[in-house]
Design a protein around this ligand. Structure first.
Ligand code: UDP
Length: 330
């Protein structure tokens, strides 16, 4: 059984990927600081280390003790707004610490890494859908903190033979289908969980951030991708990297976009609840549209989304929110 180190394995996308790894017969080993992750989101029998990716001694110990052959690296800060207020925090936590982490891994002989990147590396796209070859001009420090790592990997590949795939996520949403794992951010800022908290009566209303964008209904369009499909993209990336059939940057999205108003409408239908919405000012840093071009990941990794219709995403997220109104309850 191949041991895979999952940094940030107690986070939202990480915890769902740990489940997918177990299903595929891998042995996941989790390293998470629990600054934003939840211990309860990782099964008790999965080896778990609480600590920092920049703690080289700890990373070395895990790699040797658990005989790690590859890494899926999720651990990071991921709030765009926070990154604009504290860019230095993002450059330290996401960029500097990842560099230390990867450097330690390379010194221990671990060369294969799947990296969580983001559509925020593109900034305001010129073309929709966005191909991986589009210019990368991030408009927030979060996107920049991830782009620097992607670019550093090309140099580490040259110098040390790093084998890497960076997955540029579009909008991750949804939950495992039985509602036992889900999205639990503190504070929550994402559209779908906030809509569902409104449906549960935990919030009075959902604000629609901007209704004057150049889209058909005036609200922003995003490409929502089910977290289980995202998890599967990591497994396929691991396999392709091991076989040497793929490397570099891949978008992970569906190729279809939905507006904020369409998401709210769909949530009303799925939940049967009213969900009051109010038109609100734009949120700084939001491009009109972010929709992935997905031919590359489909053809080179053989990946295709299975759970990512907007209905399925919202149904699974609704199952989670209804059964866990207080999240993981910490
Ligand atoms: N959004 C909104 N109201 C909210 C939260 C988000 O209208 O309370 C909008 C946001 O402006 C963006 C879309 O929903 O256009 C998706 O935002 P989210 O924060 O979920 O993801 P992001 O696109 O920032 O990664």
């Amino acid at each position: 059984m191949e041991s895979i180190l999952v940094s940030g394995g107690a986070g939202y996308i990480g915890s769902h990927t740990v489940v997918a790894l177990l299903e595929k017969g891998y042995k996941p080993v989790v390293l998470d600081s629990l600054v934003t992750g939840h211990r309860q989101s990782v099964a008790k029998d999965v080896p778990f280390f609480q600590g920092d990716i920049a703690d080289s001694q700890l990373v070395r110990k895990i790699v040797e003790q658990e005989q790690i052959s590859a890494v899926i690296h999720f651990a990071a800060r991921s709030l765009v707004g926070e990154s604009a207020e504290k860019p230095d925090l993002y450059f330290e936590e996401n960029t500097a610490k990842t560099n230390r982490f990867v450097s330690t891994l390379l010194h221990c002989g671990v060369k294969r890494i799947i990296f969580s990147s983001t559509a925020a590396t593109y900034g305001i796209p010129e073309d929709i859908p966005i191909p991986e070859t589009a210019p990368t001009v991030p408009i927030n420090p979060y996107g920049f903190s991830k782009l620097m790592i992607e670019q550093s990997f090309a140099w580490l590949e040259k110098a040390y033979g790093l084998e890497w795939i960076a997955l540029r996520y579009f909008n991750a949403a949804g939950a495992v289908l039985d509602g036992s794992l889900g999205e639990n951010h503190q504070p929550e800022t994402h559209l779908i969980p906030l809509i569902l908290k409104t449906a549960l009566g935990q919030r009075k209303e959902i604000g629609i951030f901007g209704t004057d964008y150049s889209t058909p209904d005036g609200t922003c369009i995003r490409d929502y991708i089910h977290v289980l499909d995202l998890a599967m993209a990591h497994i396929l990336a691991l396999e392709a990297l091991a076989k040497g059939t793929a490397k570099g940057v891949y978008n992970v999205g569906t190729g279809s976009g939905y507006s904020v108003k369409e998401v709210i409408e769909t949530a009303r239908r799925v939940t049967g609840r009213t969900i009051p919405a109010v038109e609100s000012p734009r949120r700084p840093g939001d491009p009109d549209r972010l929709v992935a071009k997905v031919e590359k990941i489909e053809s080179l990794l053989g990946w295709t989304p299975r759970f990512s219709s907007l209905e399925q995403i919202i149904e699974s997220a609704w199952a989670w929110h209804r059964s866990h109104p207080k999240g993981y309850g910490e």
